[in-house]
Design a protein around this ligand. Sequence first.
Ligand code: APR
Length: 314
Amino acid sequence: MRNKIALYGAGNVGATTGHWLADKEIGDIVMFDIFGQTAAGKALDLYEAGPAIGFDSRITGSSDVGIIEGADVVVVTAGVPRKKDPVTGKFPSRDELVKINQDVMSQVSENIKKHAPDSIVIIVTNPLDAMCHVVKHVTGFPRERVIGQAGALDTARYKTFIALELGVSVEDVHGIVLGGHGDTMVPLPRHTSVAGIPVTELISQEKLDAIIDRTAKGGGEIVGLLGYSGYYAPAAGTAIMVESILKDKKRVIPSAVYTQGEYGYQDLFIGLPVVLGRKGVERILDMDLNEKERAMLDHSAEAVRSVVAVLGYD
Ligand code: APR
């Protein structure tokens, strides 16, 4: 039987995730969105691209949530993204969106529980780490099946800037970004290499610091240019997670995961290196962090905790 991938939210990130996934031919795709016929329209448009590109993924969309019935993987992008307030002209921070999106996410979680009770849920909606808590809390799914997309995107941005600085292929850049999905994220240059060569031997500390800073502010940089959140890279990061799960590739992709003692954290979603396979989060890899890295991760965990506190769960 073919895999079924449900895109819960067919806005910019949801539909673009469908775009990347269709080409991978790893399952049939269904899109759901509450906004009019958006999901049906985008799904049909994308499906009609199949003959030109040569993919056989079936893509359908609806404003009836029943379309997600029995999905193997549900990608959640439903929510209100960061955008300029038309009155004040200011952008809300990720964290200010927490209350609005908590309501959305609670409803989303109820629907997933009802229609796709065995699914693996990948959350993309911001503020990411807090939204993972809502889904876990409301669905009651085991932690293996509630995963936040954060590190896949943050790591992709980090690698892009390193490849750009050195003028080398992005394929040869390996690295990892841990922590919460926000300004306190933790890119790890000591664990970054270019074809096996430590990046610290290739790029000066000053330039690396600038790359790390640009990575941490990567979301804001795009918002500043577009006036709304980016979607190509977030969608691509999501698509590789879905692929690793459905193909059981067991790729190591930093993702927001519910900790139960790992790295010293308890009951907190935070970005850590995880093995993604058919069961979802199959393992959390342990890393030997030095004092500075540890302090940065703790600081990031603190920032996540302060947003999670807004949810009002015990
Ligand atoms: N049920 C279903 N769909 C919903 C719901 C809901 N309760 N609430 C909102 N939506 C839909 C909207 O109709 C919209 O089509 O979610 C979609 C969100 O799409 P966009 O506004 O285009 O936002 P997008 O750029 O895709 O970002 C979505 O991902 O990266 C994050 O920060 C980003 O939280 C944001 C999310």
